[in-house]
Design a protein around this ligand. Structure first.
Ligand SMILES: CC(C)(COP(=O)(O)OP(=O)(O)OC[C@H]1O[C@@H](n2cnc3c(N)ncnc32)[C@H](O)[C@@H]1OP(=O)(O)O)[C@@H](O)C(=O)NCCC(=O)NCCS
Length: 195
């Protein structure tokens, strides 16, 4: 599959917004991806890996940064510059028995959640999938992970519950606007508690 190289640096904006850079994970990215996994809160890490993970082995990150991109697409989001910290990852593991299907997984740095990065990564997954000839995305989400389930439902997934896990799938619906950068706005202020 053809991949898109990251574009030249654009400066940080002064309104709280930050440019986020996207690129395919490569072997030199392993430490930065591992750092993201280590920064995740215990709950986010459990939601990402489906089990408590006090530490994430570095081998997981190094493996993901060197997989065959025709079988496993892994893209990273970096804050501020193409070499900035990895603040999000999205991956598509192609079904070895059916190359028109791939399983989606993603994670966003807790400090960056709620700014639209998850939604952007899911939209990007649709575009990457379409370019790779994938027609259906699947995902498994812990039943209590409503935020992720809602995000995927809005992206066309339908879920069924099985043993505390939501198993879902949806048709690939590319936006046709795969970008190598997006500008994330400042995190919205929390809603005031109602009286
Ligand atoms: C699920 C996850 C990827 C969402 O990432 P994110 O960057 O926060 O997502 P977004 O900012 O795009 O928000 C997605 C939706 O959740 C809502 N949301 C964001 N923060 C929220 C919060 N704190 N509480 C409730 N809803 C929230 C947003 O309003 C948004 O809804 P919208 O699309 O209608 O605007 C992120 O929370 C995460 O990495 N969780 C841990 C790992 C995980 O669960 N992975 C999925 C299983 S593989």
């Amino acid at each position: 599959m053809a991949t898109t190289d990251i574009a030249p640096l654009r400066p940080r904006r002064d309104d709280g917004a930050v440019t986020v850079w996207f690129g395919r994970a490569r072997p030199p990215d392993a430490d930065a991806l591992h750092a993201l996994y280590e920064r995740l809160s215990p709950e986010s890490r459990r939601r990402r890996f489906f089990q408590p993970m006090p530490r994430v082995p570095r081998t997981i990150a190094s493996h993901l940064c060197s997989v065959d991109p025709d079988r496993h697409l892994v893209w990273l989001a970096r804050a501020g510059s193409p070499s900035g910290p990895v603040i999000g990852e999205v991956q598509l593991a192609v079904d070895p028995d059916d190359p028109t299907r791939a399983e989606l997984a993603l994670a966003v740095d807790d400090d960056w959640s709620g700014r639209g990065l998850g939604r952007t990564l899911v939209a990007m997954a649709h575009d990457l999938a379409a370019a790779a000839g994938i027609e259906t995305l699947t995902a498994e989400v812990l039943a209590e992970n409503r935020r992720c389930a809602d995000l995927l439902i809005r992206a066309g997934f339908r879920f069924t519950v099985s043993s505390g896990v939501l198993e879902g799938s949806g048709p690939v619906a590319p936006t046709g606007r795969l970008a190598t950068t997006v500008v994330l706005g400042a995190r919205p202020a929390p809603l005031a508690a109602s009286a």
